[in-house]
Design a protein around this ligand. Structure first.
Ligand SMILES: C[S@@+](CC[C@H](N)C(=O)[O-])C[C@H]1O[C@@H](n2cnc3c(N)ncnc32)[C@H](O)[C@@H]1O
Length: 327
């Protein structure tokens, strides 16, 4: 490990204003910190959540129909969040649970969980995934409610108010996502790239960014009510591009959280690329790659998106008396 020079400045978690005690070598102390980070990877704000591909992470753990969902969360992201922020027996919620990734990872970790999903085709697969997890010996309990999470408090029993230790969720981004591809007439065709086959505005995927943010703020408001003291809400959101233009979904999510009475407390990165021998190995979809290659060929130095923002919120407190508040 080379010594840092003054020009490089301190590393993010190194003590920057203390000088080594007499006789102590700075490089030794530095090595000690490095070692600690390696021994405790959960302490890093960069989550190495794509060391294996999504299909490999799901193989045998999820029912095969799960691949039909157009925007599944990587299981390692949900598992990391649950491991970092909850204890055995805690209650976990995903108000937009899709095929139930958060719920499956929660029950495998001995947590209880419940989810809401608008589309019956996905909630049915979530049910099947939970049954499959139990067949494999998962000890937590879980259930899925089919409904519109913007009306969260009308869907769940009042007794759950103040009981949830952790919310893990991700909003849909756009009506069509990358999905899967196969050869077709005149080139490559997409399939499994939509949340439903209609224009149902109840599914937030069909709203523009403002509409999505409004609906998501309502959902987060319900989550805040269900959160127990000290509970945490984690939202993963990917910056994405619509016709080449950046759609800053993470910033919209932070604004929605603030409107819901939540306070951002941390911002991490979940890698969508593997770390191998000191290099990042990305696994882009065909269409992502095509978009970036086109942009670069046209002289625009566009980057391939290889991460999701992980936005961590807690309940806000009242400035008057320090009690927790919700919108
Ligand atoms: C990004 S996906 C979440 C995927 C999920 N994390 C998984 O791994 O399967 C967002 C989900 O929110 C659902 N959704 C959209 N609008 C909703 C609403 N108003 N209430 C509940 N779920 C909704 C979509 O159908 C979609 O399945």
């Amino acid at each position: 490990m080379p010594k840092r020079t003054a020009a490089e400045g301190p590393g993010p978690q190194e003590p920057d204003n203390t000088s080594p005690a007499a006789g102590e070598d700075y490089a030794d102390r530095h090595r000690e910190y490095e070692g600690r980070h390696r021994a405790d990877p959960e302490g890093l704000s960069v989550w190495a959540t794509a060391q294996s591909t999504g299909p490999v992470q799901r193989r045998g753990r999820y029912v095969p129909e799960s691949v039909k969902h157009p925007a599944r969360m990587l299981p390692a992201i949900a598992a990391h969040a649950i491991g970092a922020y909850t204890q055995s027996g805690d209650l976990v919620l995903d108000p937009m649970c899709g095929i139930g990734t958060t719920l499956v990872e929660a029950v495998h970790a001995g947590r209880d969980a419940f989810g809401i999903e608008y589309e019956p085709q996905w909630s049915n697969i979530a049910d099947a995934n939970i049954r499959h997890a139990h067949d494999q010996g998962a000890s937590g309990r879980a259930s899925v409610i089919r409904g519109d999470a913007t009306r969260l408090m009308s869907l769940v029993p009042k007794a759950l108010t103040g009981q949830v230790a952790l919310v893990v969720t991700s909003p849909p981004y756009g009506p069509t996502v990358h999905g899967l591809v196969r050869p077709g007439e005149g080139g490559v065709v997409k399939y499994d790239d939509r949340y439903n086959d209609g224009e149902d505005k109840g599914n937030l995927a069909y709203r523009d960014l403002t509409g999505l943010a409004d609906g998501f703020a309502q959902i987060l408001g319900g989550c805040a009510t269900l959160l127990r003291p000290g509970g945490v809400v984690i939202v993963t959101a990917r910056p994405w591009r619509k016709r080449g233009e950046l759609v800053d979904l993470p910033s919209a999510v932070i604004a929605a959280g603030l409107r819901a009475g939540l306070v951002p407390i941390e911002r991490c990165i979940a890698l969508l690329a593997a770390v191998r021998d000191g290099h990042l190995v990305a696994r882009p979809s065909f269409f992502q790659l095509q978009q970036v290659r086109k942009a670069r060929a046209g002289g625009v130095p566009m980057h391939l998106i290889a991460h999701e923002d992980v936005l961590v919120f807690a309940k806000g407190t009242s400035p008057e008396d320090g009690t927790e508040v919700v919108a």
